[in-house]
Design a protein around this ligand. Structure first.
Ligand code: NAP
Length: 502
């Protein structure tokens, strides 16, 4: 799972569906370039850029080069970029046209000859979700999904993976009708973030934390993924999806499951993903009344973020003027297992908030403070272990210390570890580790079918309860604020509060 380990990627052809799309342009092709800079691509390597539109070879290469200019750290190494672009071949293929997949098959056979790719293929579906199943079916029909003579075939599926439990289960069975589970790589780019992966190391490579990582010592856990951006150009997609579907079953649950999982027997894809799925499976299924009582959904109204004036969500481009889609969600979850019984997990995420940041905060139980009776305890604060994921990556431990001087007083202090103080990380889009892992066949940072379904199962009670409730219960918050007052009330009810956001 780390690029610095001595694993070497075997030769392969990398087939990029949606090659002229936004994701390829901004993230996937720049990630391939970053891997090339780090000499982590195999010698035998070909890129087949697939599009349904008529795209000339030259036009495609120019488009991909433009992505490098815009999204890679300058200056782009022209030699590396040219060598990579020389390996690009464009194929026009549409899942509804079997003949076009025969052309793709022929191009792949040629690439095996020309670039010595040994029959190994990665199909990256950087296309909208409605294209996932038809594309895999077309690959199957063209005989491109079988693994022959020791070669591999892997398919990377983008997010979102389904829009509820039923659609995710259906997509899983459509994919598994053609591919084996270990050929399917469901990507969630959150797992490409070093700090997210580091949660595993922090917990299991240190003797310090695990003994207190349980209900006897932890009061509660808070997970915050705050975005300061609005829906922008994604209005149509977002209005159909909402904050819960867009963020919770994937990104927030990745964080939750890494914090809540039991220690895996081995650091390998099967053990880690089994424990993560088990943690998600243990999330209590609320009744409709409980789901409403343990959730807050809200939509932003006009406000200011910095100097920028933000309009109501309902007046954003491609958003219905009477939309009831939530742009903010806060949940209170219970994990019904031995480790976490009685420890609430609070999570919140939203758009158009005061600032962008992502963190997991673990609040430890209070010390018995009776021995400090009669002294100034104003400064006494809870112990928090804060895992900062974005924008700064690091870990902070907050504790109380004596304020110097003859008076006995207490002040909260913190030990701060910042990644940037210790490590020089190479420029990255966040997709490099994931792509490299797929090339070496390590699925640990990808989602398995049971994990995806467990995630959807856990949010299903909220989806159902909100559908029934319609507009009633939809709170509002000002763009540029820290979210709705109702989210504060969710914790206040338990005599707790969110860590300050600014
Ligand atoms: N963009 C991001 O930042 C981002 C982040 C995370 C996840 N994702 C996910 O990544 C995928 C691609 O995102 P994107 O923003 O690049 O999407 P996009 O620009 O809307 O689509 C990518 C390309 O897919 C092709 N396409 C469209 N409909 C298709 C279909 N039904 N079957 C096959 N190909 C089709 C189109 O190219 P042709 O017409 O030329 O074939 C299009 O240029 C999506 O699933 C998205 O949810 C995107």
């Amino acid at each position: 799972m780390t690029l610095s380990s001595i694993r070497k990627a075997p030769p392969c052809a990398f087939v990029l569906f949606g090659a002229n799309g936004d994701l390829t342009h901004r993230l996937v092709f720049p990630a391939l370039y970053n891997l090339a800079v780090q000499k982590l691509l195999p010698e035998g390597f070909a890129i087949i850029a697939v599009t349904r539109s008529e795209f000339g070879e030259r036009e495609m290469r120019d488009h991909l080069r433009d992505g490098l200019k815009q999204f890679c750290k300058p200056p782009v190494d022209e030699k590396v970029a040219n060598a990579l672009l020389e390996r690009v071949q464009t194929v026009v293929a549409d899942a509804s046209d079997p003949a076009s997949f025969e052309t793709l098959k022929k191009t792949l056979a040629d690439a095996d000859e020309k670039h010595d790719t040994h029959g190994n293929r990665i199909f990256y579906l950087a296309i909208p979700p409605k294209g996932f199943a038809p594309t895999v079916q077309a690959l199957g029909k063209a005989g491109l999904t079988g693994e022959n003579n020791g070669s591999y075939v892997r398919v990377i599926i983008e997010k979102p993976f389904g829009s509820d439990l039923a659609s995710a289960t259906k997509l899983n069975s459509e994919l598994r009708a053609i591919l084996k589970e270990d050929q399917i790589f469901r990507i969630d780019h959150y797992l490409g973030k070093e700090t997210v992966q580091n949660i595993l190391m922090l917990r299991f490579a240190n003797g310090l934390f695990e003994p207190i990582w349980k209900r006897e010592h932890i009061d509660h856990v808070q997970i915050t993924v705050a975005e300061s951006v609005t829906v922008g150009r994604r209005g149509a997609f977002y209005d159909e999806t909402g904050a819960l579907r867009d963020m919770v079953p994937n990104h927030l649950f990745q964080l939750l499951s890494l914090v809540a999982m039991e220690p895996p027997a081995r650091l390998d894809a099967q053990s880690v993903r089994s424990e993560k799925a088990r943690a998600l499976d243990a999330i209590r299924q609320w009744t409709p009344e409980e789901a409403l009582a343990n959730s807050v959904r809200a939509q932003y109204v006009a406000g200011k973020i910095g100097d920028e004036q933000i309009a109501d969500y309902r007046s954003e481009k491609d958003v219905a003027p009477n939309s009831t889609t939530e742009t903010f969600v806060a949940l209170r979850l219970a994990i019904d297992n031995w480790r976490w019984a009685g420890v609430p997990f609070y999570m919140r995420t939203g758009k158009a908030l005061a600032r962008r940041y992502t963190e997991v905060a673990i609040k430890f139980r209070e010390a018995p403070i009776s021995m400090f009776r009669g002294i100034d305890l104003d400064g006494l604060r809870s112990n928090y272990l804060v895992l900062q994921i974005a924008p700064d990556e690091g870990i902070t431990l907050q504790f109380n210390a004596k304020t110097p001087g003859p008076n006995l007083a207490i002040t909260r202090v913190a030990m701060d570890f910042k990644y940037s103080d210790f490590f020089d990380t190479p420029p990255a889009t966040g997709y490099e580790t994931l792509l490299f892992d797929c090339m070496i066949g390590d699925g640990m940072l990808y989602q398995r079918d049971d994990g995806v379904e467990a995630g959807w199962r856990a949010v299903e009670p909220f989806l159902r309860a909100w559908r029934q409730a319609g507009e009633s219960g939809l709170a509002l918050y000002r763009a540029g604020s820290t979210g709705p007052a109702e989210a504060d009330a969710l914790l206040a009810r338990d005599h707790r509060r969110w860590r300050p956001t600014a």
